[in-house]
Design a protein around this ligand. Structure first.
Ligand code: GDP
Length: 476
């Protein structure tokens, strides 16, 4: 948390109360003296029509670094795609098959390197970036660290197996992130494949594919026989076009760590996905709380490159330590400044460990388009009957101004997936007659999830109702 609402208001010469009001519309119950995080601050600054300008050293943390990119500087960038789905449904096979469609891989003479992400150049010359770590845990962990790098999710469902628990988890995580989805119905080469059944089952999760009158694209593929891949690529490009994905390539680079490790010969190495600007050899940077100078850049084909623009994943050499996935990389003008920013971030990290102000990204983004405040929640119960009763009752207490948004509901002990989902959306996690399992418990503590246990539905509803009223109160 980097700046109080009052401070930000002062800097923008706006009324603090107006900011608080705006924050409420975004779904955040924050008072003047409370701090907000970087993304929220940036959004507010933009909402109030201000340009982000440098004022002081710490400002790099709220993105008040340089100016907002002017519209005319924005160029089309490649979409960033993540593949999710149930175990054994073919995520890895599909990633490999898609990689095999790259038309420049052969001629470039490079050797495939697994750096955590790769780019494919299509027959038509378009480029797509795929994140190489499939699964929703990585996706939500990154999101919890503020790295919303994925533009499009491909949900892989095996046509012979249908919707399975992790498929549903992936759907919930994708929905919570508000990222558009393309359904790849895989293993269509199998005689027992039943793609139509998959489409029908998806309806139960409010995913309506185009054939059934909805707006979610779906495609039948076989990662094994390599069929349907061109069509899948076409649909990704179509989705990307609709989204008008752009970035300014002509500025100091910013990006996010996809993965990082300590390499025997090369020292600390991180794969960074550049989000905006162009990262160059020789650039001075801060990653998380580590600083460094780019000694070399290596692409997904194992080739040394001089620079990397928006949506390009590259291995960065020259780090002083190993950062974490999701960490932000920011290029700065000199080493003195890099040290300053690194020290500042270190302090922030320490502070975060001791106190955590829950913020509400999902609320924020959904509220921006709908102007209805949302109260997100994850629910777990001991039996289907009570879970249904709770979901129905919660939906009923929604009003025109504030709406309960159930990110996920299910029967059984609270799992790691529930925790990452709640964490990424800063949502409370409610257990009705259930407790977290052995893995979920420590994770919930680490992520500072608001875990609540109930054994009486009435109590649960009362508390949620009170909190919802609390979020609305200052607007009255
Ligand atoms: P992941 O766990 O989702 O990454 O799944 P994998 O890619 O490891 O695939 C699991 C199994 O399904 C492997 O034995 C694959 O060979 C097989 N598989 C993947 N895609 C297909 C497909 O399109 N058709 C058939 N018949 N098998 C497939």
């Amino acid at each position: 948390e980097v700046i109080t609402v009052q401070e930000l208001a002062n800097r923008m010469a706006e009324k603090g109360a107006d900011l608080v009001k705006s924050l409420f519309k975004m779904g955040q119950a924050v008072t003047l003296n409370q701090s907000i995080d970087q993304d929220t601050a940036e959004l507010l600054v933009e909402e109030f029509g201000h340009r982000i300008q440098r004022v002081s050293e710490a400002d790099v943390e709220i993105g008040i670094e340089g100016e907002l990119d002017p519209v005319e500087s924005l160029k089309v960038r490649a979409p960033v795609v993540t593949i999710m789905g149930h175990v054994d449904h073919g995520k890895t096979s599909l990633l490999d098959a898609l990689r095999g469609t790259d038309v420049v891989a052969g001629e470039s003479g490079g050797i495939t390197q697994h750096i955590g992400a790769y780019q494919v150049t299509t027959k038509g010359g378009d480029i797509i970036t795929f994140l190489d770590t499939p699964g929703h845990e990585a996706f939500s962990e990154m999101r919890a660290r503020g790295a919303n790098v994925t533009d499009i999710v491909i949900l892989v469902v095996a046509a012979d197996d249908g919707l399975m628990p992790q498929t549903i988890e992936a759907i919930n995580h994708t929905k919570a992130a508000g990222v558009p989805m393309i359904v790849a119905i895989n293993k269509c080469d199998k005689p027992e494949a039943n793609p139509q059944k998959v489409r029908e089952r998806l309806l139960e999760h409010e995913i309506v594919v185009e054939d059934m009158g909805g707006d979610v694209q779906d495609v039948q593929v076989s990662a094994l026989k390599k069929t349907g891949l061109d069509e899948l690529i076409e649909k990704i490009l179509l989705q990307a076009e609709v989204m008008e994905l752009t970035a300014n390539p002509d500025r100091a680079a910013e990006g996010n760590v996809i993965e990082a490790q300590l390499d025997k010969g090369r020292g600390a190495v991180a794969t960074v996905l550049v989000r905006k600007g162009t990262l160059k050899v020789g650039d001075t940077f801060v990653i998380g709380a580590e600083s460094g100078k780019v000694r070399a850049l290596v692409n997904d084909k194992g080739q040394q490159v001089k620079f990397a623009g928006p949506s390009v994943p590259v291995e960065v050499l020259g780090l002083s330590g190993v950062p974490m996935a999701g960490d932000q990389m920011t290029v700065v003008e000199n080493e003195a400044r890099a040290r300053e920013v690194a020290a500042y971030r270190q302090e922030q990290i320490t502070r975060k460990r001791t106190a955590s102000v829950p913020t509400n990204f999902e609320n924020m983004f959904s509220a921006l388009s709908t102007k209805v405040i949302e109260y997100p929640v994850v629910i777990r119960g001991d039996v289907q009957g009570s879970v249904e009763a709770i979901v129905n009752a919660l939906n009923r207490i929604s009003t025109d101004e504030i709406k309960v948004r159930i990110l996920s509901s299910g029967v059984g002990a609270i799992t790691e997936s529930d925790v990452t989902l709640a964490s990424a959306s800063r949502a409370p996690l409610i257990g009705f007659n259930v407790r977290p399992n052995a893995k979920a418990r420590p994770l919930a503590i680490r992520e500072k999830i608001s875990l609540r246990y109930y054994d009486v539905i009435y109590d649960l509803l009362e508390e949620v109702r009170n909190e919802m009223a609390g979020q609305l109160a200052p607007e009255r």
